[in-house]
Design a protein around this ligand. Structure first.
Ligand code: C5P
Length: 223
């Protein structure tokens, strides 16, 4: 078994992808499978943590030993994560949160009518949960981890995003060309505020999860 270096710690993980309703039957969504977040939950349980997994629309089995809180939209995810984060040692935002949602959700199904063009879909911003978590920590020692998917200038864009979001760690995936979303494997660089870059070679999502927990556990033990 794993070293129980997260024993006595409470970690909160968001996983999956939010769905933003357009009408009662349609939504704007994304291709996140939730696999990386679920791998983080399983590995954290194995390392002794109490785990709250805020799961957005992931069709995956509940990780044994984790508390699973199902959510649908970005605003529901925000509520659930902020509540669980109030007594957490670390929060890892692995979910793909919709940056925008339709400005209004209509109560009845949008109909097509002969000879009538559809209305454009107006969007509004969703709250940036990662930035909010980072700015309003219940305890200064709480560790906040974000994810970023970048297609180019991965390190430069990653460093800029780490600073902009105000989190401690940013796990940067290179995406595009069929990489990352929905696959069993991942390749990433873990960026740390005031710290080094840790490349994690192509491999199982559990391996990347364990490298993230190595850094989180190390930071918690020296805090
Ligand atoms: O800005 P971007 O979407 O690239 O940032 C990705 C990171 O920010 C992920 O950790 C994601 O969970 C988080 N995020 C968030 N709230 C949003 C958008 C993204 O917490 N509205």
């Amino acid at each position: 078994g794993a070293v129980p270096d997260l024993a006595g710690r409470h970690v909160v993980i968001s996983a999956g992808g939010t769905r933003e309703p357009l009408d009662p039957v349609r939504y704007l969504g994304n291709r996140s499978s939730g696999k990386q977040g679920y791998a983080l939950a399983r590995t954290a349980v194995a390392r002794g943590a109490r785990v709250t997994l805020v799961a957005a629309n992931a069709a995956l089995p509940d990780p044994a030993g984790a508390e699973v809180v199902p959510v649908g939209t970005a605003r529901e995810l925000r509520e659930a994560v902020l509540k669980a984060a109030a007594n957490a040692d670390a929060v890892v935002m692995a979910a793909a949160v919709a940056d925008f949602r339709p400005s209004r959700e209509v109560d009845s199904k949008i109909k097509k009518r002969d000879g009538v063009e559809p209305e454009p879909i107006a969007l509004v911003r969703n709250p940036d949960i990662l930035a909010e978590l980072s700015a309003h920590r219940p305890a200064p020692a709480q560790i906040v981890v974000g994810f970023a998917a970048e297609t180019d200038d991965v390190l430069a864009n990653g460093r800029a995003k780490l600073a902009r979001k105000g989190c401690d760690l940013l796990v940067v995936n290179q995406v595009g060309g069929g990489r990352a979303f929905g696959t069993e494997e991942n390749e990433a660089v873990i960026l740390e505020s005031g710290g080094p870059e840790t490349p994690v070679p192509h491999g199982p999502k559990e391996t990347l999860a364990d490298r993230i927990w190595d850094i989180v556990a190390g930071r918690l033990s020296t805090a």
